[in-house]
Write a protein that binds this ligand. Sequence first.
Ligand SMILES: [Mg+2]
Length: 416
Amino acid sequence: MKIQEVRLTPVAIPDVPLVNTKGVHQAVFLRTIIELVTDVGLIGIGESYGGARALNGMRKAAESLIGLDPFHLNELRRRVEQALPNAGGINAPTMLTQHQVVDAVYSAFEIPLLDLQGKFLERPLCDLLGGAVRDRVGFSGYLFYKFKKPNEYRGADLFGEVMTPNALLDEAKALVDEYGFRSLKLKGGVLEPTLEIETMQLLRDEFPDAPLRIDPMGAWRVPTALTVCDAIGDILEYLEDPVRGMDAMAELASQTHVPLATNLVVVEFEHIVQAYRNGAVQIILSDHHYWRGATGSIRLGEFCRAGGMGISMHSNTHLGISLAAMVHVAAATTNLTYDCDTHYPWTQNDIIKGGKLTIENGSIEVPKGPGLGVEIDADVLAEFHDFYVSQNLRDREDTDEMRRYIPNYERVVPRW
Ligand SMILES: [Mg+2]
């Protein structure tokens, strides 16, 4: 079995205005759908970032995949590194962390190669990662403060404006009702810390048994984070990236018993060593889109185990192919003890056959395969590719978008 053709299809999908430390989600989010066509008639599929740097990296490396045996992941890494010398990072300058183009491109192609291996062997993808240790993967309900969606944007809104603690509580109740989430995560760093403390306390009162977490994406200074820890530390499962940068995380960690998690300061294997030495984090979030694919994410789990750290899973706004891959990876990550993050409930469209994957009782059944166990609906893919072409957007820019709602908005991180 050899790769004969690489198809990269960028798509734009209607989004809703979810607010975060940097700004607000735009009218659409961008993804790239990957299809690797082989000489035996099998096609491996994957999904990755849709921003220009990642897409250009995939396009540059695509040619080098021709002739590759889908079982040779080390050779994939070699070819991607050779095709992308000194490629740098994929993120726009306004992002809070940087992922290496080489890691993102390798990751983007590894999933379709594993999908091909699974299809060839007629086994689910998780069997290639050591096998599933759970039949279902738990996800937390991902809560956001948000604006009302402008009427001129394509697609329906969800929940209208949610910019107060009580409105956020209503949003949480609706999501728990619909999906049965048993744990909840709030994207914080948006309102004054006192209001976010109040929000978490309302959630605790309403859902007394649910593990709770908050992720202000570096919006707080260390003294502010300590105030939050004093107020609600005892009701938190963990606190995610409360302060910005490894040094600030280490300073905070030395002064609180609340476990600190991150997807901003530890995003490469080299960072784990530094975080371990200075005690900056207790939980690392995996993500197969940049932790060198599914195999890298499993290795990350072993690093965490060795360092006495926990492992959870990060999410970017995504579609069902990414979600299927997340479920396979989570199912095979033996020491994953937290519910994973997912933006999926906020996405009302998908490009997979049969519509969206089902979240029930806060969890998703591990697809039976073969490979990922999901397939592309070619007509819907074409529709959202046409939408991408028609949109004048090639990169995510949450800060500019924020000025649509707050004209004099200035991005400041940390803000409080
Ligand atoms: Mg985060």
